[in-house]
Design a protein around this ligand. Structure first.
Ligand SMILES: C[S@@+](CC[C@H](N)C(=O)[O-])C[C@H]1O[C@@H](n2cnc3c(N)ncnc32)[C@H](O)[C@@H]1O
Length: 211
């Protein structure tokens, strides 16, 4: 899984390496793997990185192109004072991997993004975590499934405002682009797989295709 974490950072790097003067917002620093990758891009392309973490990660770098905000990323009142009227080209969401938290910060920071900004959301895939999967983990399976479904609901009601691609490797990476100015509220996507009609088709009456 570690291999895929590095691979995901390389995918992000390849998507942003041509952006001149990138203004990047990162949620979740920890030991700084993604932070250092973003700072490398900022130094090459004359950009600036702002990162937020609920833990003090200020020792990760002394780079002049970096501002660290020591706060929960949903302490909006406090963070707004630091961000003022800034608009970002890139948003990386890798903080508290809980579906309603991801939804809350996605809707909030969307309005801090420029048109055509790229949004990367880490850990949206559950396949490695299913029962008997390579990383069998009930809790992560559940939250990643719920985060993935939430993203589909948001995308489904915003096809004029967002594009969405998913990289399925490891714990998954969602790659979105802001193409519209506003975000509509998400709504539940109805699933007909378990409708009475389809259950009857599956278990009682399942005609074979004609030759
Ligand atoms: C998965 S790690 C980030 C890894 C980092 N992006 C990297 O690639 O190396 C998650 C980080 O999010 C932070 N975090 C958790 N909840 C948070 C919150 N509500 N606001 C800001 N940061 C949070 C944790 O302290 C932790 O450092």
């Amino acid at each position: 899984m570690k291999y895929f974490e590095q691979e995901k950072l390389e995918i992000i790097r390849s998507k942003i390496s041509d952006i001149k003067n990138p203004n990047i917002l990162e949620l979740g620093v920890q030991k700084g793997n993604s932070t250092l990758m973003f700072l490398d891009i900022c130094n090459k392309n004359d950009g600036y990185l702002t990162s937020i973490d609920i833990k003090d990660c200020s020792s990760v770098s002394k780079d002049k192109r970096w501002k660290f905000i020591f706060s929960s990323d949903d302490n909006f009142e406090y963070i707004n004072q630091h961000l003022a009227n800034k608009k970002f080209d890139i948003l990386f969401i890798d903080s508290y991997h809980e579906p309603s938290h991801v939804r809350k910060i996605f809707y909030h920071y969307f309005y801090y993004l420029k048109k055509n900004a790229l949004i990367f959301i880490d850990d949206v895939m559950w396949l490695p975590f299913v029962e008997n999967g390579v990383e069998d983990n009930d809790f992560i399976e559940r939250i990643n499934r719920l985060t993935f479904n939430k993203l589909l609901e948001i995308f489904n009601n915003n096809v004029e405002n967002l594009t969405l691609d998913i990289n399925f490797n490891g714990s998954g990476l969602a790659i979105l682009k802001k193409i519209g100015d506003k975000l509509n509220k998400e709504t539940e996507i109805k699933n007909r797989l378990f409708s009475i009609k389809n259950l009857i088709k599956k278990f009682i009456y399942s005609p074979k295709p004609k030759n």
